[in-house]
Design a protein around this ligand. Sequence first.
Ligand code: MN
Length: 259
Amino acid sequence: MKILVTNDDGISASGLWTLAKELKSMAQVVVVAPDREQSASGTAVSLRQPLRVQIASPLIPDVEAYSVEGTPSDSVILALGNLIKNSVDLVISGINQGPNLGDDILISGTVGAALQGYLRGLPALAISVVAASNLCLENASRLAKLLAKKIEAKQLPDDIFLNINLPDLPLAEIKGIKVTQPAHKSHIDTVEEGHDGKREYYWLVRQKLGTNVNETTDIQALEQGNISITALHNTLFRKPLSGITDSLCLELFRQLKQA
Ligand code: MN
């Protein structure tokens, strides 16, 4: 199996390399990621400038790695269209530092990168840990590997596009895995105004996502201490939920708890 690993936090992010290291134990891994942080760049692609690419020094041995002077979407388009000569079986974007929940999936560079894999007919996963720091990355990387193994074993369909968010908690404190829908909420909905002495300026401010009453949403799942898996192939493209069931989530959680 060959897996393209990408992100929107940039080529140096620890989440990217934790993921690559875990996946390397089961597959050939190629890392292609933006050369700097590109969070909240959504589905942006660069059509008005050339893209520069550098061979990157991998932070784990024996992994082919490239950094792209462009967006997360640019990185995946370039990887699948040119940099990787043989076929790729799976695209995984992450592990993002911070949530990709609710309506904010539409501005997420993590999700945007995975989307480019899905649009090219590949199974695609976006995976995030809901914290700004002190990330429990290991749970996320191990869950990504479990899902990759299920995709490899054809226990999941090829045409899936999953958005996965984990609470930043030790595994013993995580309650389970829920199949969810994106909440109709954004945590970037506030403008703050200031003045620097010469000119006015504005900040688009991130708020903490408030409590959501709908039991089936991604935000609610996280607030109750669960891992959330949203089938974006269903939410965005109206394809059947195919394979992402409550019983699969129970099985994944049981496997995740097996050390
Ligand atoms: Mn990010």
